[in-house]
Design a protein around this ligand. Structure first.
Ligand SMILES: N[C@@H]1[C@@H](O)[C@H](O)[C@@H](COP(=O)(O)O)O[C@@H]1O
Length: 237
C-alpha cells in the first residue's frame, strides 16, 4: 500500500484528483465510484477541472434498498449531484435500490461488473472498517449481495436523514471479491473517527472482522488520509 498523509480533506482531494487524472491519461476505461462525504473533495476537484469522462464508464459500489434515483438520500441522487450532472460518463451503473428481488438485482449487478472491469476504484472507509457496504464478517471472495446494515452504520449515516428511523436497513453492495479485482484502488479516509479503522486496514491482521484489511492482499492500492485519521499508526509513512 502506498500511504499519503495530507493535512486535511481538501488537500486529499487534490491528491485524489491527480490519481484520477493519471488513470485517465493512462487509458483507464472504467472507474469504480463511491458515495459518502469522503470522496466529495476529490469529486469537487474533478468536476471543476477539464477532465473528460464522456467516453468512459462508471460503476458504483452500493445503493440503499428501497430508495430510488429521485430520493435525495439515495446514492444515485448523490452521484448526480456531486459528479454526473457536472461531468457525465458515457454510461454510469449503480445497483437499483427499487428492485425488491435481491437475487435478480445482485445477479444483474455482478454481470455489470464482469462486463466492465474496473481500472480505478475509489473507496471510502466506514468507522468499523467497512468498504462499500461490506460490513465486518463479509467474505473476502463475495460478489454483489444484499446487506443488513449494522447499528453503527445506521447511526453513522443517520446524519443525512431526518432521523435514524428513516435510514434504510438494507443495501445492495458490490462484494469484497469484486473490489479486489479493481486494477487499482484509491482509498481515502479523513477524521479522527476513522483512525482505528485506518490502523487496522494498514497495520492490523488481515481479517474479515475489518473488511478494509483485505486491501493488504491487493498490490496496487493508494491510501490518502489526513493527520487525524493517521494518528493511531505506529510508524511514519
Ligand atoms: N456505503 C458508504 C461507504 O461507501 C462509505 O465509505 C462510508 C463512509 O462514509 P463517509 O465517507 O461519509 O464517512 O459510508 C457509507 O456506509
Amino acid at each position: 500500500m502506498k500511504v499519503i498523509i495530507v493535512k486535511d480533506a481538501v488537500a486529499g482531494g487534490k491528491q485524489g484528483f491527480q490519481v484520477f487524472k493519471d488513470a485517465l491519461e493512462n487509458g483507464a476505461k472504467v472507474f469504480g465510484l463511491a458515495t459518502g462525504s469522503t470522496p466529495v473533495s476529490t469529486y469537487d476537484e474533478i468536476t471543476s477541472s477539464d477532465l473528460d469522462f464522456s467516453k468512459v464508464t462508471s460503476v458504483n459500489l452500493d445503493e440503499y434498498v428501497g430508495l430510488g434515483a429521485d430520493h435525495p438520500q439515495s446514492y444515485n441522487y448523490f452521484m448526480h449531484e456531486h459528479f454526473f450532472n457536472k461531468k457525465p460518463f458515457a454510461q454510469s451503473y449503480l445497483p437499483d435500490g427499487l428492485n425488491k428481488d435481491a437475487a435478480a438485482e445482485t445477479k444483474r449487478y455482478d454481470q455489470v461488473i464482469a462486463d466492465n472491469p474496473i481500472d480505478l476504484g475509489i473507496l471510502g472507509l466506514g468507522r468499523n472498517g467497512h468498504i462499500g457496504f461490506n460490513e465486518p464478517g463479509t467474505a473476502f471472495d463475495s460478489g454483489t449481495h444484499e446487506v443488513k446494515l449494522t447499528e453503527s452504520t445506521i447511526a453513522a449515516n443517520a446524519r443525512f436523514f431526518e432521523n435514524e428511523e428513516e435510514v434504510p436497513k438494507l443495501a445492495y453492495s458490490m462484494g469484497i471479491g469484486s473490489i479486489l479485482k479493481d486494477k487499482q484502488i484509491l482509498l481515502e479516509a479523513y477524521g479522527a473517527e476513522k483512525a482505528d479503522a485506518v490502523k487496522g486496514m494498514i497495520e492490523g491482521p488481515v481479517t474479515t472482522d475489518l473488511p478494509a484489511s483485505a486491501l493488504q492482499n491487493h498490490d496496487n492500492v493508494i491510501v490518502i488520509i489526513d493527520e487525524a485519521a493517521a494518528s493511531k499508526l505506529s510508524k511514519k509513512y
